[in-house]
Design a protein around this ligand. Structure first.
Ligand code: AHG
Ligand code: MN
Ligand code: MN
Length: 335
């Protein structure tokens, strides 16, 4: 913890004013997102008391059934962000198509993409969930953005982050100048800087994968995991530990904190789905954060942030975390 407490606002003002890294509009947008994460966190923590648990009774465009909190979080982000004048449009896991800023409000130059509630399957069992977001710039000269304007590679992100609703409520953020972690101080309702310039250790002995899919994995991933499971008797010569929360935010946050490798690889369950996680609002923001913290992120064949998206809800294989391990898995793919 820094000696003199630094709030999110102070942190962002410094990036804007002293370093000239972000325009005022982006700072304001990030503050609105952070404020909304606070609201979502309150709904998550009230749970059954506010009738927030369970199914919403609807499905999203990906055919997944929506939980009440998926819908609550999606609407909270829409409402909070539509009138501020910083955005041109928003896109979300829970909406088939992008949401244009209504004509009654001024339009800004940014596009916001988000997974309003990540880890939905964990809501009802009181395990950490979160919100993931990514900010892009509206391409120059575009007045009325449509889906195509969101299809930018991750390297064009101007900011990305996630909130984790766990024992503490955290906001982890990058504007392309390292990664900072803020903890919500509940009484004053303030996000306070609790870790700056987060670094992911280059090497690790901890991995995260849903091993129930092992029979569907492709050869390079099978080989890699088999070698880890063989421990000190295998080719790696050391034992590895496994963790899988099934909330990407929680698994990635563990890796941001103490290192590790996370894999949700392509598998052959459904050839139309190259992986489970979504490129634009899960894989790209997490890759941006991980790279900013000195880690790496690939789909096995290519750096995730260089993939040119072809559709809004496109899925992608994700292998991210400690650099040495991610590079090893990429190496197995190229062999
Ligand atoms: P979401 O709840 O936003 O649909 O995302 C769920 C994702 C991700 O958070 C997690 O890593 C993964 O799904 C877990 O998948 P399995 O249930 O297949 O383990
Ligand atoms: Mn998700
Ligand atoms: Mn989600």
């Amino acid at each position: 913890m820094p000696v003199r407490p630094v709030s999110l606002t102070q942190y962002l003002v410094e990036k804007q004013r002293e370093k000239g890294l972000i325009p005022a509009e982006l700072r304001m947008l990030l503050e609105v997102i952070a404020r909304t994460c606070k609201r979502i966190g309150i709904a998550v923590s009230k749970g059954a008391l506010a009738d927030c648990l369970g199914e919403a009774g609807s499905s999203n465009v990906q055919g997944e059934s929506q939980k009440k909190l998926d819908v609550i979080a999606n609407e909270a982000l829409l409402e909070a962000n539509e009138w501020g004048g910083n955005l041109a449009a928003m896109a979300s896991e829970e909406m088939d198509h992008p949401y244009p800023i209504p004509n009654r409000y001024p339009k800004g130059e940014f596009l916001l993409l988000y997974d309003p509630l990540d880890g939905s399957s964990n809501i009802d069992v009181n395990v950490s969930v979160g919100t993931i977001f990514s900010v892009l710039r509206l391409p120059e000269g575009v007045k009325d953005p449509d889906e195509t304007h969101f299809l930018q590679p991750g390297i064009r992100q101007v900011a990305a982050g996630y909130a984790v609703f766990g024992p503490s409520t955290l906001l982890v953020l990058t504007v392309g100048d390292g990664v900072a972690c803020f903890t919500l101080d509940r009484e004053p309702g303030a996000w306070m800087l609790t870790a700056d310039r987060m670094r992911i250790p280059q090497s690790t002995r901890e991995f995260a994968i849903n091993a129930s899919n092992a029979r569907h994995w492709e050869a390079p991933v099978k080989r890699y995991i088999d070698e880890l499971l063989a421990g000190k008797d295998g080719p790696r010569g050391v034992d590895f530990n496994m963790r899988w929360v099934a909330s990407m935010v929680a698994d990635v946050h563990r890796i941001m904190t103490r290192g590790g490798i996370f894999l949700y690889p392509r598998d052959n369950r459904d050839p139309s789905k190259p992986g489970k996680l979504r490129l634009l609002y899960e894989a790209n923001p997490m890759s941006f954060l991980v790279e900013q913290a000195g880690g790496a992120a690939t789909n096995g064949l290519q750096r995730i942030m260089e993939i040119v998206p072809s559709s809004l809800h496109q899925r992608v294989a994700v292998i991210l975390g400690s650099k040495e391990e991610v590079e090893r898995v990429a190496g197995y793919h190229s062999q």
